[in-house]
Design a protein around this ligand. Structure first.
Ligand SMILES: C=C(O[C@@H]1C=C(C(=O)O)C=C[C@H]1O)C(=O)O
Ligand SMILES: NC(=O)CC[C@H](N)C(=O)O
Length: 924
């Protein structure tokens, strides 16, 4: 595969592979199309956004033939106009596409329009683009094309058959993603004439020859809707396909249409004597406007103009970067040694027990918890996590924080050798390209060659979270300014002391990455001893019993899952205020989503809403950890003073309750900087291993467990229906696109499609999409410009399962509907990237979080707000002066054209119920 601007000349007049220009309308399937073209046609593909700077530069009157664009097009053998949100009736939605159809005769070249591309072609020749009776997104249909052609030898075909790219293609099914369709007057044809008339130009649009149709039965009409699926231009070398040839569910037979198209395109060029300049002249391959179909690696962007970057990035970084970045943190933890011991996991001990037994000091805590690993025999192995990871020594660890949009990141350390210091430095990002360039370069300089057994997923490295808003900025969706805070959107800690609990093997690995020049502080041995000491394991066990689910937990679980406002849940505590989304308002938002979908602006929107819980502050303080000895003393003192705080569970207790009630493979507890997160996420976002294998597990399609849906077989019957499968399929194709951006053509596959899995309170449909990072090219081998899992992470945020498709436009629409409320940690990711190159990130859902800076005194409460379940009268009586803390829970679901208001509302409340219930049931 060719990468990084294409192979270079120097080989004289060597013929290049043909090059296709892909006009990208910001769809979430674009990279799947460029990958399909690349693998199928043996071509190179360059990508030009429809709103390229070319548009601004070329504002001549006859825009279609203005010189820069003509010159750009002259480089390519052919053009593909891609799919995208919106409509050809809106200039900005199609941009450069509409100019292609208007090219002067002398500048013509072969073009294939796909979906929006086809619609743009139809509009350009006088056809109409109108709404379908109902949009078809992720729907798989038979593509009906002219039946006799495959039996006719080419020499007997008529002139009208010229350029029929369906010739010789057997019937096949293809995926549709559209709300709009081309109208060339097909509904004016009387049924009796339709069978023959459908293959000829219709009076309303004489320039187009229809090549394929879908006839969709509509309950509201007696006759089916005739949906144009493919066309060719009568005289010009233009073709269009309405279906998506690149979808994972489009049958392979459909590939022959693309092959046929390209053959026709090349024949057309030949007849015309047209030679694409990139084909003859290597210089012409370098367009100032178009880019490669894959993104350059983060590491390669650190060194513009230089390809040699040694293993130690700090040494070989170019002057400017080194100068800008020079700081005390540069040498920290470089070139580490790994020390590690393994001890058996004491029987009956759970992850929180281990955390408590260690008596970790400091205010911060990170626990990535495969909470369903040990417990449930009911959990099937495929949804059972194997490892839990506990970070230690966070006080002394290096923190990297970034508030999205800033041109600097902050490195800070709170403690050195047990003494509090406030070391902090702002690192300008200009020479790193972005925050991800800095993270990649930092990580690369601390790379650890993997010598440990494969059973250890993490030996040390970054752990932390990334917000949804960081993801938005990464895809070019601006946030409403000014933001009301300066919280970190990326918060990563370089963890050097950690424990890995291998639940399968029953082993705890206690490990430390030691700087070469520093003395080991015997932390590993001390921790091992502590863990094995009977005293600690005993007390841990007692602590655990305290938090264990009640015997009747199961029963209550169901009751809570069925909970929907305005039915009141068991009163949480008189001092706790819960403000859930309003039923009617949420349903109105569902309808708003569907309006956007019907207009062609989105195919699926993951709508979410927020629940706000206000209660007296429960964690001992904002800076001390509840488990730390000092903090405990403070807490006792405070309790003496306080009337209510002692009945409220701390965030750590909330976590223990949630993990017991809703054991999930990606549970986590984070107390990092000013944020606290308690999560029971069931969804993996992205995992990558040291060999560059990446795996994503988008989840879409949720059904609540109930008496009626209690078994996997029952859930499968409910989830294997067109609506749910379509919902999942859309995200699968989107995730393939995200992976293709880094892994490149031919390196992405879907080993498991639409699989139903069982969790504690819900069934979920998931798909596994895998990608392989491209191996370093020979000249990259020695340098540090290779791809890593971080490239995929940075290119794939925010998680597609939380946005809908196409991602960018959907996020813009959601911002509007969700009234620019920040989702914050919810819809972001939590996870780690090990110094050996491995990583695992989960989607932050089914979780609660709070920010210290939202603590306030009760007078600031919004007592009269709608949706308040437990009102504040109690609080006013008992705790008028208690400082309050604010928790947030996000919940939602994917809205499609087939969604019902009630269904979506119920799904949102189902997902909300679990995390919300800890405030009621977590009381001890
Ligand atoms: C939006 C949430 O979940 C997401 C939406 C899902 C769906 O629409 O079926 C399933 C899993 C998540 O990707 C949530 O939990 O709040
Ligand atoms: N996938 C697409 O290109 C969709 C085109 C257009 N926005 C529609 O919804 O019909």
């Amino acid at each position: 595969m060719e990468r990084g601007g294409g192979q270079m000349a120097g080989e004289g007049r060597r013929q290049q592979r043909p090059r296709i220009l892909f006009l990208d309308a910001y769809d979430s399937f674009s990279n799947n199309i460029t990958a399909l073209l690349t693998t199928l046609l043996d071509v190179d593909v360059s990508v030009l956004p429809i709103d390229s700077a070319l548009l601004l530069l070329d504002n001549g009157h006859d825009a279609g033939s203005s010189s820069l664009f003509r010159r750009e097009l002259s480089r390519y053998a052919a053009v593909v106009c891609g799919p995208g949100p919106g409509s050809p009736d809106n200039d900005a939605d199609v941009g450069l596409m509409s100019r292609v159809w208007r090219l002067a005769e002398a500048d013509l070249l072969p073009v294939l329009g796909i979906c929006l591309g086809l619609q743009s072609l139809v509009a350009s020749v006088g056809g109409k683009v109108r709404r379908l009776q109902r949009g078809l997104h992720g729907m798989v249909r038979d593509i009906v094309h002219q039946p006799l052609l495959d039996r006719e030898p080419p020499e007997t075909t008529t002139a009208a058959d010229d350029g029929n790219i369906f010739r010789g293609v057997r019937p096949f099914k293809a995926t549709l993603y559209h709300s709009l369709c081309g109208d060339i007057g097909q509904h004016a044809v009387p049924p009796a004439e339709w069978a023959d008339a459908r293959w000829h130009p219709l009076p309303a649009c004489p320039d187009l020859v229809p090549l394929a149709w879908v006839e969709e039965d509509r309950s509201s009409c007696s006759s089916p809707e005739r949906i144009l699926m493919a066309v060719k231009h009568h005289t010009r070398p233009f073709w269009g396909l309405q279906y998506h040839p690149e979808s994972v569910c489009t049958e392979k037979e459909g590939n022959r249409v693309i092959v046929n198209w390209f053959r026709e395109a090349m024949q057309w060029n030949e007849r015309r004597g047209r030679i694409a300049s990139s084909n003859a002249d290597a210089d012409a391959m370098f367009s100032p406007f178009a880019r490669d179909a894959t993104k350059p690696s983060l590491l390669s962007q650190l060194t513009p103009g230089s390809s040699a970057m040694g293993a130690n990035a700090a040494e070989t970084r170019p002057e400017s970067a080194a100068a800008a970045a020079a700081g005390w943190w540069e040498d920290m933890e470089v070139d580490p040694l790994l020390r590690s011991v393994a001890v058996p996991l004491p029987r009956g001990i759970q992850v929180p027990d281990v955390v408590e037994a260690l008596d970790l000091e400091g205010a911060e805590r990170i626990v990535l918890d495969s909470a369903n690993a040990a417990a449930s025999a009911a959990a099937r192995p495929d949804v059972r996590g194997r490892y839990s990871i506990i970070a230690a020594g966070l006080d002394e660890a290096l923190h990297l924080e970034y508030h999205t949009g800033d041109d600097f990141a902050t490195m800070r350390v709170k403690c050195v050798d047990g003494l509090p210091v406030e070391l902090s430095q702002q690192v300008p990002l200009a020479s790193y390209g972005s925050i991800w360039g800095l993270v990649a370069s930092f990580h690369e300089a601390r790379h650890v060659e993997a010598t440990e057994p494969a059973e250890v997923p993490f030996v040390g490295g970054f752990m932390g979270y990334i917000t949804y808003e960081q993801g938005l900025m990464d895809i070019g969706v601006p946030l409403e300014q000014p933001r009301p805070h300066h919280r970190p959107d990326v918060s990563l800690v370089w963890v050097t002391k950690s424990l890995i609990i291998d639940h399968l093997a029953g082993v705890v690995h206690i490990q430390q990455l030691c700087a070469h020049n520093s003395e080991a502080d015997a932390w590993v041995e001390k921790s091992a001893a502590r863990l094995l000491s009977p005293q600690h394991t005993q007390s841990a066990r007692v602590a655990h019993d305290f938090a264990a689910p009640r015997k009747d937990g199961q029963h209550h679980h169901h009751a809570a899952a069925a909970y929907q406002p305005p039915v009141k849940m068991r009163r949480p505590s008189r001092s706790t205020t819960i403000q859930t989304p309003l039923t009617k308002e949420y349903e109105r938002k569902v309808e708003l989503c569907q309006d956007f979908i019907a207009a062609g602006d989105s195919y699926e929107l993951c709508l979410t809403d927020k629940t706000r819980i206000t209660r007296p502050r429960s964690d001992s303080s904002t800076t001390e950890h509840p488990a730390a000895p000092v903090a405990r003393k403070q807490q006792k003192q405070r309790r003496r003073r306080s009337s209510l705080a002692h009945v409220l569970p701390s965030s750590w207790q909330l976590f223990k309750t949630l993990r017991a009630r809703q054991p999930a493979p990606f549970a986590s507890y984070l107390r990092l900087g000013a944020v606290t997160l308690v999560s029971a996420s069931p969804e993996r976002f992205l995992q990558y291993d040291r060999e560059g294998r990446c795996s994503m597990r988008p989840m879409k399609g949720t059904v609540r467990k109930s008496e009626a849906v209690a078994t996997l077989a029952q859930a499968e019957r409910i989830l294997h229906v067109p609506k749910e499968e379509a919902e999942n399929l859309m995200i699968v194709d989107l995730v393939r696109h995200d992976l293709h951006a880094i892994c490149g053509a031919g390196n992405v596959r879907v080993p498991h499609l639409l699989k139903v899995e069982e969790y504690q309170s819900v069934f979920q449909m998931i798909t596994v999409v895998e990608g392989q990072l491209p191996p370093p090219s020979p000249d990259e081998e020695k340098s540090s410009s290779r791809y890593t899992g971080l490239d995929v992470l940075a290119a794939s945020l925010p998680p597609g399962s939380m946005t809908g498709a196409p991602k960018k436009r959907s996020c813009e629409i959601l911002q509007q509907i969700e009234q620019h409320h920040e989702r914050s940690l919810y819809s972001g990711v939590v996870g780690y990237m090990c110094a050996t190159g491995r990583g695992d990130w989960s989607v932050t859902i089914r979780s609660l979080f709070r920010w210290d800076d939202e603590d306030h005194s009760p007078s600031h409460n919004t007592a009269s707000s709608p949706g308040v379940v437990a009102d504040r009268t109690g609080a006013a009586e008992g705790a008028a002066s208690e400082p309050q803390e604010v928790w947030h829970i996000g919940a939602g679901g994917a809205v499609t054209i087939l969604s019902t208001r009630e269904g979506e509302r119920e799904e949102m409340f189902t997902k909300l119920a679990g995390p919300l219930r800890v405030f009621a049931d977590g009381l001890h």
